[in-house]
Ligand binder design. Structure first.
Ligand code: HSE
Length: 431
């Protein structure tokens, strides 16, 4: 009998218990060993109803001690507590399943190696893009060729907020409140909106796809706090939607890994990904393009990914199915650097506030021309505020971030340009 211990009994933990009970027969058909939930460890034991016949403890570390459980499912989510918990458990030969992307992005390299040394299963399908089986695909079907890029919408909360702002002109804070109420946002929602949650996820994908150590410290991270209703409206006029994306890929002799908002053409498939849905687009040098789409957040979707790991863990223990190469292998690409964001070329959206005087547009376009930046589209609006400045919005050709930074510095020195010049990257057509 395989004994399972669940650490954390919030939305996902509760959905997991329900899933394991509702689909016990279905799961039993796929595994050769019987299982039971032996323990639930929950630090806030009050006000919750726990299933009968399961031991409940507030001491999470108890589950990492030898002999208590065979598989530890970690659904707590912070790093300080879960790092020693998982490390101890692995050293005690307990198999691990976790949804904790922050922990993996920070300590994944060490924990993956420790799991391999101790020959324990380490499943983390639920850590990236909820129910979408992206980790499993990267570890199995996509190992035989070179992945040129992975990009997509990997934070449901950001996608939900941007959509509500775009479709209902809801302001940022009301849209965030809705996402929190619906259970999409992290316990600390600043991780969603400042891009860190997506950064954790793209770091994990980059490490699996390219066999590199977790690159979190070297990647460019920008969130959606700076996106205003005004930008959403102007982008729409130019034929774009604003989305928050994670991108990793091979580029010259380096690896791109970044998260930030982008303008996506309205006809692009990513522009159709709405609400809390996630989508990951993979490109390979043989299979071409493949897209995975699904629920990126929420209790039952995340629990479903945990259960898929659970089946693999039991089969790993019973040696029934070793087709999944569970342990992370680092490979020759690991010496490649993460490319500096300002060396990456893409088109840019620029929003400039300038006084409505003759010649100002010429001054701006001169600066761009001197930096070898050309303008692909431009619109100028009446001032929609009680002041004399007017917004000028443009899309440039594909250029390095360095050139845009130089141009913005020069524009800020122009007498008639007021306020910060705001930029957002535009998704490259070959991304
Ligand atoms: N807060 C995350 C999101 C949940 O919104 O995508 C899943 O990681």
């Amino acid at each position: 009998m395989i004994k399972i211990g669940i650490c954390g009994f919030g939305t996902v933990g509760q959905s997991l218990v329900k899933h394991l009970s509702d689909h016990k027969d279905l799961i039993a058909n796929k595994t050769s060993l019987e299982f039971e939930i032996a323990y639930i460890a929950d630090r806030s034991i009050h006000k919750k109803t726990y299933p009968k016949n399961i031991n409940v403890t507030t001491d999470v570390m108890e589950l990492a001690s030898p002999g208590k459980v065979d598989i530890l499912v970690e659904l707590i989510g912070d790093v300080e507590l879960t790092y020693p918990l998982i490390k101890n458990a692995i050293e005690n030969k307990i198999h691990i399943i976790t949804a904790n992307k922050a922990l993996l992005a920070d300590k994944g390299t060490e924990l993956f190696e420790l799991a391999k040394e101790n020959d324990v299963f380490f499943g983390f399908e639920a850590s990236v893009a909820g129910a979408i089986p992206i980790i499993r695909n990267l570890k199995t079907c996509m190992t035989n060729e070179r992945l040129t890029s992975i990009h997509g919408i990997i934070n449901g909360t950001c996608n939900y907020i941007l959509d509500r702002m775009s479709d209902s002109s809801l302001d940022f804070s009301n849209a965030l409140e809705e996402a929190k109420e619906l259970g999409y946002a992290e316990a600390d929602p600043s991780f969603d909106i400042n891009g860190m949650d997506a950064a954790h996820k793209i770091s994990i994908l980059s490490s699996i796809a390219y066999g590199i150590r977790l690159p979190l410290d070297n990647i460019y991270v920008d969130g959606i706090e700076g996106i205003s209703l005004m930008d959403i409206k102007y982008a729409k006029e130019l034929g774009y939607k604003i989305k928050h994306v994670g991108i990793t890929g091979l580029s010259d002799n380096s690896i791109e890994c970044r998260v930030h908002p982008v303008l996506v053409p309205v006809k692009d498939i990513l522009a159709q990904v709405s609400g809390v849905m996630n989508s990951v687009i993979l490109k390979g040098d043989r299979f071409g393009t493949s897209m995975l789409y699904g629920h990126g957040a929420g209790g039952s979707a995340t629990a479903s990914a945990v259960v898929s790991d659970f089946v693999d863990a039991i089969n790993f223990i019973s040696k029934k199915d070793l087709s999944i190469c569970n342990h992370q292998n680092y490979n020759t690409l690991e010496n490649l650097d993460i490319k500096d964001i300002n060396d990456i070329e893409c088109p840019f959206y620029l929003r400039i506030f300038a006084e409505d005087v003759s010649g100002v547009m010429a001054e701006i376009t001169n600066i761009l021309a001197n930096q070898n930046i050309s303008i692909e589209a431009v619109t100028q609006h009446e001032s929609d505020r009680n002041n004399t400045t007017i917004p000028i919005v443009m899309i440039t050709n594909s250029v390095k971030g360095d050139l845009i930074n130089n141009a913005i510095k020069l524009m800020k020195n122009l007498r008639h340009v007021k306020e910060e010049v705001h930029f957002i990257r535009v998704l490259k057509s070959d991304e």
